[in-house]
Ligand binder design. Structure first.
Ligand code: RIB
Ligand code: CA
Length: 323
């Protein structure tokens, strides 16, 4: 086994930005690239946000690779801006735009994120960790193109879905799955082993406004910007879900689990996604594979809150001190 390599697949909104900062401050694996997808924001905004945030955090060397701009079943690019992440996916905070260009597909209709992921899977195999924190479109397309290469990836940990909790966009569906149910269904039913870090655990890990004072005290441009951006997100959460102490740390938890699976306890099962009716987008046990002894999804149901909180806080302070 060699050194671990990490690829994040982001629909860069606010918790994705925290996940990216944590990944950059994590010694367990080298972040070799960020692939992008529509979701919290349209693809172009996700790309612009990834480039700007990497610049802000002092990591302009990390490639940003353009991925899917729409769900598998959609005929038009996705154009929605999700309220919870503000007008630009960054709580309305305008970061200096990066002058870098993303990696784009050579031909029209291509998907550079899929090319990048498959190349990395072939090159690093077991040592590659892939963490999608938006709709699963890029992963589903990679499976369609070369399932054998995808099977070589050492660990796939996705943020999305819910098994024991209601959804966050409809009573049944969590946002990342709701944005492309067909892609998520293809991933869960592909037989490729994945760990699902869904609302069952991500709603347990919360960040309160008080932590932002520690960021501001660092006095760096990155810390100031993150305090404003995340402050917007916490306000939104507290207004919408007053039973929470702050915002949910969905995507940062997925990254932390990908780097240290012992942070969660999981339930092994075979999942599918409801594609029809009022529960479209719900992640649920696949009745056709209920008796199959071979389970392909580990669903995180319990999290070591204290250990995650310590890791998250330390790594955010480290990432935000850098510049
Ligand atoms: O449901 C939470 C997820 O949806 C997070 O990944 C958030 O960034 C949004 O994409
Ligand atoms: Ca996300």
């Amino acid at each position: 086994m060699g050194a671990k390599r990490l690829i994040l697949d982001l629909d860069l909104g606010i918790d994705d930005a925290m996940a990216l900062a944590c990944a950059l401050a994590s010694p367990e694996a080298e972040l070799i690239g960020v692939t992008t997808v529509f979701g919290n924001v349209p693809r172009a905004q996700s790309v612009a946000n990834c480039l700007a945030v990497l610049e802000l955090l002092g990591h302009p060397e990390v490639p940003v690779v353009e991925g899917a701009d729409r769900a598998l079943a959609a005929t038009e690019p996705y154009t929605t801006m999700v309220d919870v992440h503000g007008t630009n996916g960054m709580g309305g905070v305008e970061l200096p735009a990066s002058r870098r260009e993303p990696v784009r597909a050579a031909e029209t209709g291509g998907n550079a994120a899929v090319d990048f992921l498959l190349e990395a899977a072939k090159r690093y195999g077991e040592d590659l960790i892939f963490v999608p924190t938006g709709p699963l479109t890029n992963l589903a397309l990679a499976l369609e193109r070369d399932a054998d290469a995808v099977r070589r990836i050492g660990r796939i940990v996705l943020m999305g879905g819910a098994l024991t909790q209601p959804g966050n966009v409809t009573p049944g569906a969590e946002a990342n799955i709701a944005n492309d149910p067909e892609a998520a269904d293809a991933v869960f039913r592909s037989g490729v082993p994945v760990t699902m870090v869904g609302l069952d655990v991500t709603h347990q890990v919360q960040l309160a406004q008080t932590e932002l004072d520690r960021w501001r005290a660092l006095g760096t441009p990155a810390a100031d910007a993150y305090a404003q951006i995340v402050g917007y997100y916490i306000d939104f959460y507290v207004r919408r879900s007053p039973y929470l102490r702050g915002c949910a740390l969905h995507d940062p938890l997925a990254v932390a689990v990908a780097l240290d699976p012992s942070l969660v306890e999981t339930f092994a099962t075979n999942l599918k996604v409801d594609l029809e009716g009022p529960f479209r987008g719900r992640t649920i046990g696949d009745p056709e594979r209920l008796a199959d002894p071979h389970k392909t999804t580990e669903v995180a149901l319990k999290v070591d809150l204290e250990r995650f909180e310590t890791i998250f806080k330390e790594r955010m302070l480290q990432a935000l001190s850098a510049k």
